[in-house]
Design a protein around this ligand. Structure first.
Ligand code: G1P
Ligand code: ZN
Length: 540
C-alpha cells in the first residue's frame, strides 16, 4: 500500500559539487532526507520497473537513510533495488554496480572526506545510468523540485536486514543485498597485472594502506591482502566506523599525518597510500617521496600503457582547471588531447562517455579512468603498484625520471576555511572586477601575463559553465587560481592554487619555490584584507 506523506519544502536543498551535503542535525529535521529523495525520484524519468542502486560510506545515518530510501523506491515504482551488504558501497564501486546492472541510477550516501558522526556531516548524491554524478541540468531540476514538494511516497514495511545477502521483498519490489566488494575487485583484475604485483610482493615489496576507518577497508583487505597477497596488517584502520574514529577521512598530509611520517621514516616500506570516506580519493607517498595529486595524474598517464587495461594507449587526458598542467605535457608527448574542465568530477562524464578521454584527475586527490564514471582511490593505488612492479623502480626514482623528462610543476593549494561568506564573496567580486587591470601588472618580480574567470564549453553537449574560478597567469608559466569551495558545510572556503613550472630545477623545496607566488597571490586578491587571515588553515 502506497502512502502519501504531506510535507513542506526546505529552502536549502540545492545540490552542490557532490550532491546535497549538510550537517547530520540538518538531515535529522522531519522529512528532510525524504524531501530530497522524493525530489530526486520525481525528476527521474522511466523509473517504473527500473533498477536503483543504493549504498554509502557507512557513516552515521547511512543505515537509517537507506531503509527509508528503499521503502520510498518501492512506493515510487522502481522495479528493483540493489544495496551493498551492510549498506556499504564505495563511490567507485557504486558507479561500477550501476553500470554493470544496467541500473537507471543510484543513491550514493556520503559526505566524502568530511568527518562523520551525530555532530558532523552527511550527504546524498544521485548518480545517473552512466554511473556518474548527475549533470547540472538534472541537479537543477532536483533543486527546483525541492522548492515545491508537498508530499513524499512510501510503503509500510519493516526494515530490511542489510547484513544478510540475498533478495527480500519490500512492497512488491525485490531488494537485493549484494557483496559490495566482489564485482569491483573483479573489475580491477581485468585492468591490472595482478600477477606482476604479486611477484613484487613475493620479492619483498611492501606497502601501507590507510583506509582511515572509512569505506575502502573491506575493498583493500580483499584486493591487497587476499588477491595480491600483501601481508596481513598492510591495511590499517580497515574497519568502516560511523564516525571514522573521530578523524577527518581526508587523505592529505594533514589528516593522514601518521602515514606520511611512516613513509618518511628510515624503515619506511616501498609504498604508502590512503583513501577518503567514500573511497574515491587517493594519497600516494613513496619511501621519502610525496607525490602531489597533479603529478600523480601526469605520472600515471605517462605509464598507463604498462597496465593491460590501458595497453592500447589513451584517447585523451582531462584535468580540472586548478590541477597543474603537468598532465598536459604528457598528453602532448603522447600526441593526445588535453582537456581542462571546471572543478568536480561530473564534467569528466561527457568526455569519458564520448570516448574523448581515458584518464582524468583533479588536484584534490581524485584520479580515475573510463572504467567507471567516478574518481577511484584504489584504482589509482593499483595502477601505481602495476607501474612500479613492471618498471621495478622506486616512487622517488620514477618521479625524478618523469621531471627530468617533462620538467616539474611545483604546486600547492592553500585553503582558508570557515571564512565569513560575505567577506569571501566580496574578495571574489573585487578580484573579478579587477581582471581587466591585471595583465602587465607586477607583483614583486612577477608579471601577470593574462587573467580571466574560467568558463568551460563542453565539447560534447555544447553547454557552458562560467564563473568557475579566477585564473591569473604569470609570465614564464606560473599561475595562481582563486575559487570558493562548493562542498563546504559551514561558512565559505577560499581555495588558492599556486603553481610554478620549472624545466630545469627539479630538486627544489616546494615552499621555497612558491614563496614569491604566495606573496603575489595575497596582493592580487587581498586575502589578508578581506578575510583577516594571515595564513591558510590547510596547505596541501
Ligand atoms: C572539492 C574538490 C574538487 C572535488 C570535490 C568533490 O570541491 O576541490 O576537486 O571534485 O571536492 O570531491 P570544492 O570544495 O573545491 O568545490
Ligand atoms: Zn570522496
Amino acid at each position: 500500500m502506497i502512502r502519501e506523506c504531506p510535507t513542506t519544502p526546505y529552502d536549502d536543498q540545492k545540490p552542490g559539487t557532490s550532491g546535497l551535503r549538510k550537517k547530520v542535525r540538518v538531515f535529522e529535521q522531519p522529512n528532510y532526507a525524504e524531501n530530497f529523495i522524493q525530489s530526486v525520484f520525481d525528476v527521474v524519468e522511466d523509473k517504473a520497473g527500473a533498477t536503483l542502486v543504493i549504498g554509502g560510506d557507512g557513516r552515521y545515518l547511512n543505515r537509517s537513510v537507506i531503509q527509508r530510501a528503499i521503502r520510498m523506491a518501492a512506493a515510487n515504482g522502481f522495479g528493483r533495488v540493489v544495496v551493498g551488504q551492510g549498506g556499504i558501497l564505495s563511490t567507485p564501486a557504486a558507479s561500477h554496480l550501476i553500470r554493470k546492472r544496467g541500473a537507471i541510477g543510484g543513491l550514493v550516501l556520503s559526505a566524502s572526506h568530511n568527518p562523520g558522526g551525530p555532530n558532523e556531516d552527511f550527504g546524498i548524491k544521485y548518480n545517473i545510468a552512466n554511473g556518474g554524478p548527475a549533470p547540472e541540468k538534472v541537479t537543477e531540476a532536483i533543486h527546483a523540485r525541492t522548492l515545491t514538494i508537498d508530499r513524499w511516497l512510501t510503503v509500510d514495511a519493516d526494515d530490511v536486514d542489510l547484513d544478510a545477502m540475498g533478495t527480500v521483498e519490500v512492497g512488491d519490489m525485490p531488494v537485493e543485498i549484494v557483496d559490495p566488494v566482489a564485482d569491483y575487485a573483479t573489475l580491477m583484475e581485468t585492468l591490472f597485472d595482478f600477477a606482476a604485483i604479486r611477484r613484487a610482493v613475493d620479492g619483498g615489496f611492501r606497502m601501507i594502506f590507510d583506509a582511515m576507518s572509512a569505506v575502502t577497508g573491506p575493498y583493500a583487505h580483499e584486493i591487497l591482502e587476499r588477491r595480491l597477497a600483501f601481508p596481513a596488517g598492510t591495511v590499517r584502520n580497515g574497519t568502516p566506523l560511523e564516525d571514522f574514529g573521530g578523524h577527518h577521512p581526508d587523505p592529505n598530509l594533514v589528516h593522514a599525518r601518521e602515514l606520511y611520517e611512516a613513509m618518511m621514516a628510515p624503515d619506511a616500506p616501498d609504498f604508502g597510500a590512503a583513501s577518503d570516506g567514500d573511497g574515491d580519493r587517493n594519497l600516494i607517498i613513496g619511501r621519502g617521496r610525496f607525490i602531489t595529486p597533479s603529478d600523480s595524474l601526469a605520472m600515471l598517464a605517462a605509464n598507463a600503457h604498462l597496465a593491460q587495461g590501458y595497453a592500447g594507449g589513451l584517447k585523451g587526458i582531462a584535468r580540472s582547471m586548478p590541477t597543474s598542467a603537468a598532465a598536459d605535457r604528457v598528453a602532448e608527448s603522447l600526441g593526445v588531447r588535453a582537456y581542462e574542465t571546471p572543478t568536480g568530477w561530473k564534467f569528466f562524464g561527457n568526455l569519458l562517455d564520448a570516448g574523448l578521454a581515458t584518464i582524468c584527475g583533479e588536484e584534490s586527490a581524485g584520479t580515475g579512468s573510463d572504467h567507471v564514471r567516478e574518481k577511484d582511490g584504489l584504482w589509482a593505488v593499483l595502477l601505481w603498484l602495476n607501474i612500479l612492479a613492471v618498471r621495478d623502480v622506486s616512487v622517488d626514482a620514477l618521479a625524478r625520471d618523469h621531471w627530468a623528462r617533462f620538467g616539474r610543476n611545483y604546486y600547492a593549494r592553500h585553503d582558508y576555511e570557515g571564512v565569513d561568506s560575505a567577506a569571501a564573496d566580496a574578495l571574489m567580486a573585487e578580484l573579478r572586477a579587477a581582471l581587466p587591470t591585471l595583465p602587465g601588472a607586477r607583483f614583486g618580480g612577477l608579471t601577470v601575463a593574462a587573467a580571466d574567470d574560467f568558463a568551460y564549453h563542453d565539447p560534447v553537449d555544447g553547454s557552458v559553465s562560467d564563473h568557475q574560478g579566477v585564473r591569473v597567469l604569470i609570465e614564464g608559466g606560473s599561475r595562481t587560481v582563486f575559487r570558493l569551495s562548493g562542498t563546504g558545510t559551514s561558512g565559505a572556503t577560499l581555495r588558492v592554487y599556486l603553481e610554478r613550472y620549472e624545466a630545469e630545477v627539479i630538486d627544489g623545496e616546494t615552499g621555497a619555490m612558491l614563496a614569491d607566488l604566495v606573496a603575489a597571490a595575497d596582493r592580487i586578491a587581498g586575502i589578508v584584507r578581506h578575510t583577516g587571515r594571515t595564513a591558510p588553515d590547510v596547505v596541501t
